[in-house]
Write a protein that binds this ligand. Structure first.
Ligand code: UDP
Length: 330
């Protein structure tokens, strides 16, 4: 089928493009390359464009005539969203509104949408299920929760179906080491830890040691990017077979503290890098762990890589590959 993938040159999008390409779909990637890379698009055609550019977006839709859309194009950093809320509401909420408007006007009725565990804010209990109240505590989470509201309303008003996938903490890299995170200034814990091990940063900062958790640091449900990709393929197939609109969590159902992740990163790399304990980072909830039973039962999701050391190992191999590429290019 013909699938338009927004943000398909980015970290998660490129892994999903790989998975859909392997299944033989005809793909068009629409990406502004603000954080994505041309080399990361392994299948299909890349069009450089922004969700804010409605004229280009509509032209691309009318020419490509997709059967469905998978939407990854978004800004994703919690701390940045606290400093630059308008940028987040603009890119994530207004950008997706533009996309939906073009979809409706060109008759495209199926969407797999990237959402986030940040829509829950500080959940009353973990693991958190999809029925928990949405109470985001940062503009990133709010910008995504607003889109979920818009999607729910749209699917009631129109012949329009979607699956919104609420991601927990996505990490790791393509097992064959062709893709991985390649942000200019990465902020995520595992990538920062590995770049510290590699010598790019002098020390890794631990943001907050006074959270109400066993060791005082935040707990997250780290999920391998290829398991998340598989969830997108399943969601797409579900919609293609006529499935009704759904919202699903995607995580493994157990979490690790920042300190545990650091220990695992030291173990996998064999490097005892420096760590500095500092204050809390604005917008961080203490613990986020997924109840993914809906994804497992409804979409028959069976994760393959539920192993923190394995996740970190794939990310580390990717980090070493990136470093080699940079030295060759220099
Ligand atoms: N974190 C940290 N040091 C870093 C990066 C992240 O202590 O250099 C912490 C962060 O405060 C959070 C957890 O690691 O508690 C996961 O953060 P990340 O940015 O990886 O993902 P998020 O949960 O914000 O999506």
């Amino acid at each position: 089928m013909k699938i338009l993938v927004t943000g398909g040159a980015g970290y998660i999008g490129s892994h999903v493009v790989k998975a859909l390409g392997l299944e033989g779909h005809d793909l068009l990637v629409y990406d502004n390359l603000s954080t994505g890379h041309e080399w990361a698009v392994m299948y299909g055609t890349l069009v450089k464009g922004d969700l804010a550019d409605r004229v280009l977006l509509e032209k691309v839709f009318r020419e490509f005539r997709p059967d469905a859309v998978i939407n990854f194009a978004a800004s994703i950093q919690v701390e940045e969203s606290v400093r630059r809320p308008l940028a987040y509401y603009g890119n994530n909420t207004v950008g997706t509104l533009n996309l939906l408007d073009v979809m409706v006007r060109t008759g495209v009725r199926c969407l797999v949408h990237s959402s986030t565990a940040a829509v829950y804010g500080i959940p009353e209990a973990v693991p958190v299920s999809e029925t928990a109240p949405l109470a985001p505590i940062n503009p990133y989470g709010s910008s995504k929760a607003m889109v979920e509201r818009i999607l729910a309303d749209l699917s009631l008003a129109e012949d329009f179906r979607y699956v919104a996938i609420r991601y927990f903490n996505v990490a790791g890299a393509d097992v064959a080491c062709r893709l991985g995170q390649a942000y200019r200034e990465p902020t995520h814990l595992i990538t920062r830890a590995l770049k510290t091990a590699h010598g790019r940063y002098g020390r890794l900062q631990v943001f907050g040691t006074d959270y109400p958790t066993a060791d005082g640091t935040c707990i997250r449900d780290y999920i391998h990017v290829d398991d998340l990709s598989a969830a997108h393929v399943l969601a797409f197939n579900y919609l293609a077979e006529g499935g009704a609109s759904e919202v699903v969590n995607c995580g493994y159902g157990h979490g690790f503290s920042v300190r545990e992740v650091i220990e695992a990163a030291k173990h996998v790399t064999g490097i005892d890098f420096s760590v500095e304990e500092t204050g809390r980072r604005p917008g961080d909830p203490p613990a986020l762990i997924a109840d993914s039973s809906r994804l497992r039962t409804l979409l028959k999701w069976e994760p393959q890589y539920d192993d923190l050391d394995f996740i970190i190992r794939t990310a580390w191999e990717w980090e070493l590959t990136l470093k080699r590429r940079e030295s060759c290019a220099a």
